[in-house]
Design a protein around this ligand. Structure first.
Ligand SMILES: C[S@@+](CC[C@H](N)C(=O)[O-])C[C@H]1O[C@@H](n2cnc3c(N)ncnc32)[C@H](O)[C@@H]1O
Length: 376
């Protein structure tokens, strides 16, 4: 299990708080390792044969495989356990962050600014973010209760370590680091001077771009102020200069042609079909000719319909309503409608930077990051 990377803004945990968080992490490992693993056996032994008896054919896609499992007692047990574990994650981490919130706000105010934080209260939280607590995170990324609130960001930093058990790296940097290193190796001539990370949350994936492209100006945007406040303070604490601003990726205030590289990590699955089209259009507007748009997201393997079972589960029961649709969209078509050339758009899986010692998740589920790339 990788060590957690500490920094001056990282919320602490008292003995009992840490103990409860360890319990949730281990419960999650058990539910996602052993219990989820058993759903494949149940599918082959009971659900698929029952589907075939009724339909006289095999399930042909993830939705059919998922529906075939609905009603099975084992699937219901997995479902109840995983949803409860997710709710317990926030019930456990939340009060610990609330206890230290005034100190964290104070600490953030005392960071010496390397980068910039620009908040704009007129930026509306899109409906696809506001209508459900994404991932069951109470209040989502955007809710604010006190002045200079950064609860949502601090809670995200601590809860993601319980959620991913460190599989995304000590600083949860693996998605950004993997994409950035792959880009530098694959496009040596790109040499970006200005990079934009859309939907940055607290900058887990943004900061690796500072290291891989030390001469570039790094910008990061999000619609949610509390995660930006924490992300800015975290970047300062970690000695990285980033220009964070509160903006909607569908329509930013940046000048046309002002970026060499526009990236996102796990943004798109939290949007909508129409928003995704507008985000691709905005990327096209922001890029200079020859610039690159790169979106990394949770697009699963499709070798067998059952490969999509867990993705469908997350869509239905983990408040990630767009995740299932995202798997089925034609990204090249969306890019073409946004102005990109079909021949210069492709997808691939980028190797993970971090050696993954976690045996509970298969190589299929971790270790490679799906990216969609389009060159202007
Ligand atoms: C799963 S998080 C992204 C994680 C982050 N990129 C990382 O790699 O750690 C999705 C983020 O996208 C933001 N978001 C959703 N829609 C957005 C939009 N239209 N414009 C900007 N940010 C958006 C949310 O507020 C949230 O912080």
């Amino acid at each position: 299990m990788p060590q957690i990377g500490l920094h001056d803004m990282y919320p602490d945990a008292a003995h009992d708080e840490q103990s409860r968080q360890n319990f949730i992490r281990n419960l999650r490992l058990h539910v996602l390792g052993t219990v989820l693993g058993g759903t494949a056996t149940v599918y082959e032994a009971r659900a698929r044969p029952a589907f075939e008896r009724a339909q006289k054919r095999r399930p042909k896609n993830a939705r059919e495989a998922f529906n075939a499992m609905q009603g099975d007692d084992y699937a219901k047990t997995f479902s109840a356990l995983n949803r409860t574990t997710q709710e317990m994650l926030y019930d456990t981490v939340g009060p610990s962050i609330a206890r230290q919130l005034p100190d964290l706000i104070d600490k953030a105010a005392r960071q010496k600014p390397l980068g910039v934080l620009r908040l704009d209260p007129s930026v509306a939280v899109p409906r696809y973010n506001a209508r459900a607590d994404i991932h069951c995170k109470p209040g989502g990324y955007h809710s604010e209760i006190v002045a200079d609130d950064l609860f949502a960001g601090a809670e995200y930093d601590r809860s993601i370590n319980v959620y991913f058990f460190g599989t995304l790296g000590r600083y949860n940097e693996d998605m950004g680091a993997s994409v950035a290193h792959w880009l530098r190796a694959t496009y040596p001539a790109l040499n970006p001077k200005r990079i934009l990370d859309m939907g940055c949350t607290i900058g887990h994936s943004t900061l690796p771009y500072c290291d891989v492209y030390p001469d570039a100006e790094i910008h990061a945007i999000d619609v949610a102020a509390p995660v930006l406040r924490y992300g800015h303070a975290r970047a300062e604490a970690m000695g990285r200069a980033v220009d964070f601003s509160q903006q909607n990726a569908e329509a930013t205030t940046f000048a046309a042609g002002s970026f060499d590289l526009v990236v996102s990590h796990l943004l798109l699955h939290e949007t909508s079909t129409s928003a995704m089209g507008r985000i691709f259009k905005e990327c096209h507007r922001l890029l200079r000719p020859g610039g690159l748009m790169v979106h990394q997201d949770g697009v699963g393997f499709k070798d067998d319909p059952f490969d999509g079972y867990f993705t469908e589960w997350l869509t239905h029961y983990n408040n990630e309503p767009f995740l299932g649709t995202l798997q089925r969209l034609d990204w090249t078509d969306i890019a073409a409608k946004a102005g990109f050339t079909r021949a210069k758009a492709y997808d691939k899986r980028v190797p993970s930077q971090q050696e993954n010692g976690n045996a509970t998740l298969s190589k299929k589920e971790t270790g490679t990051h799906y990216v969609f790339v389009a060159e202007k």
